[in-house]
Design a binder for this molecule. Structure first.
Ligand SMILES: [Zn+2]
Ligand SMILES: [Zn+2]
Ligand SMILES: [Zn+2]
Length: 257
């Protein structure tokens, strides 16, 4: 399995518009964070997690030309608003693409982008075309995508629930403030875990550094990757103080497992 971190930043991205802080002004490419997203290649299947507002640039930079399925964590703008750029993949494959999420996510996206959720079978794709797939609201569940079994699990993100996803030894948990016990069960034995870590200080809807590290100590993946980071984190300074087996994400990071 090959996983590419397409974006590792918070909702504004880093640098944040107009910000003069040291991290936003930094020339280290690892301090340039586009909005969170990841791309998984496994068993001949290309799976995209979220359609970030930076999707077009992420696809161009990482040579992504085919998406077989889209997994939505939730419908917040920083995870969804690149949805129109899915049209290029529709155009190249000449078919609608299945998009999975919980009922709230898919219904919210259908309301905001009704013109996209009209599955088509062939023809010319003027606009994006997604086939919305609502997953049951169970604590943990499975989705079959081609030869892959994807496990989803519930995550609390303040007012809404998001979905975490696991494929084999890889799991992805962004935009999470609290994890139910069943979700920790679903994470048992995971090899590589990408986990939300907005900043050092505690916030109401995201995990912060101390909490993410506590979860990682409990789940004990071989490698933990912190994501959804804002300009509070300088890549090098954060890297140097993290425990062994924990690293900050950066855009374009590739993990093979
Ligand atoms: Zn977010
Ligand atoms: Zn800044
Ligand atoms: Zn969110």
């Amino acid at each position: 399995m090959k996983v590419t971190i397409l974006g590792s930043g918070n909702s504004t991205g880093v640098p944040s518009i107009g910000c003069k802080c040291e991290v936003c002004q930094s020339t280290n490419p690892k301090n340039k964070r586009s909005r969170v997203s990841a791309f998984i290649e496994e068993r001949g299947c290309n799976i995209l997690i979220d359609s970030s507002p930076d999707l077009r640039e992420q696809a161009l930079k990482n040579n992504i030309t085919r998406v077989d399925a889209l997994l939505y964590t939730h419908a917040h703008a920083d995870h969804a608003n690149g949805i129109d750029d899915m049209r290029s993949f529709n155009y190249l494959s000449n078919k609608s693409i299945p998009a999975y999420g919980n009922a709230h996510t898919i219904n919210t996206l259908c309301a905001r982008f009704s013109y996209i959720f009209t599955p088509k079978t062939g023809g010319f794709f003027y606009g994006a075309s997604l086939n919305g797939q609502i997953v049951p609201e169970t604590p943990v569940g499975k989705i079959e995508i081609a030869d892959n079994t994807v496990t989803y699990f519930q995550q609390n993100h303040a007012k809404i629930n998001t979905l975490g996803y696991r494929i084999g030894g890889f799991a992805y948990s962004t935009d999470v403030k609290a994890l139910p016990e069943e979700s920790f069960e679903a994470l048992r034995g995971v090899e590589v875990w990408v986990v939300d870590c907005l900043r050092r200080a505690e916030t109401f809807s995201h995990s912060h550094l101390a909490q993410s590290l506590q979860w990682i100590a409990r789940v004990q993946p071989r490698l933990a990757i912190l994501t959804h980071m804002d300009h509070d984190f300088d890549y090098d300074r954060l890297s140097n103080k993290l425990p062994a087996g924990v690293v900050p994400a950066y855009d374009g990071m590739i993990v093979e497992l």
